[in-house]
Design a protein around this ligand. Sequence first.
Ligand SMILES: [Zn+2]
Length: 392
Amino acid sequence: MTDILVPTALVADPSRFGGTPQGDCLRGTPVVRDNRLVALGRTNGDATQMVIPHLVEPHCHLDKCHTIARLGQVGGDLRTAIERQTKDKANWTEDDLRARTHQGLTEAHANGCRVIRSHVDWGDKAAPPLSWSVLQECAQDAPDLQLAALTGITQWADPTFANAVGATLSASGGVAGAFVLDHDKMQAGLDQIFDVATQRGLMLDFHVDEGLGDFNGLEAIADTALARGFDGPILCGHAVSLMDRTPDAVMRIADKCARANITICTLPITNLYLQGRTDGTPDRRGITRLRELRAAGVKVVVGSDNVADAFCPLGAHDPRAALALACVTAHLDPPLGDWLNTITTDASAALGRTPVTVDGARLSDLLTCAVIHTATLISGRTGLRPATETLT
Ligand SMILES: [Zn+2]
């Protein structure tokens, strides 16, 4: 067999795996034993394909996706999007939710995803909404689909709400999620959501500081996690307001996030669409400080967020497209292979899963792509195929 390329960042132990360095990849002939890719042998001819693990979608909204056709000509800022999507909930019947969830999942799987986390709008009451039970049902056919309750952090300040939602999430394997944006009772809500997550062993996932401006939710989450010694996975999406903090404040907050083991999820397509709006063409970038966070030792991951809904009329459940946009927007310079763990291994860990690295992985856990450069891989212009079809 001819050579394959494997991005070095996706290999746990390059010295044992073998292969010859070529840019940000290792190159060699695949050595397959017991249906696992165990090593790279001596090079033999041109490399024609790259091997990676399945992709991970750490943050999307399957309950909202693909509503754009009936929303009309929607656009505007975050507040406008929330109002418009809330009106659309009158259309969220069981059949409607099931069909759109299926469409989103099919799209994500076709784009190489296996593990997927979707948020589900929870609403005003402690009892779960219809969408929660419909998506739970959908998850029975998609065992790698995780569901996170998207509540408001103020709601968690109410002990009755906190206990009831905690019990529901515990019974259904759900993730405790909350929207945090300069809310009343933010600290009281954070204290209770952390207490419930600790008592019930829940993972945490926040939509935090989704706006340019002087918001302090991310630092409050990090302080709360550190004070409690919380050791479960914490994923913080957006963190856009880090753009408006001083360099000293960014360093201070990044250091706390690193120590609290908080992973930051950037969501470029929705944030570029919603944040930094003016009456004219935007001159601000609605994206968190990816480079500074990573340099400070914070794990960062990339998600697709909203797809064809009131928050973003465009988009796709396609991690490579999200990463490509992050590269352009945040000036993530080559070698781009160093950022592939934002949609694979680090994203898995952020969702509480054991990351799959290429070395020693089952062929059924790997994908191949007929490219010879990581930039071409991330560009998405070449499709992904199961390694079981191409490496055997
Ligand atoms: Zn979101």
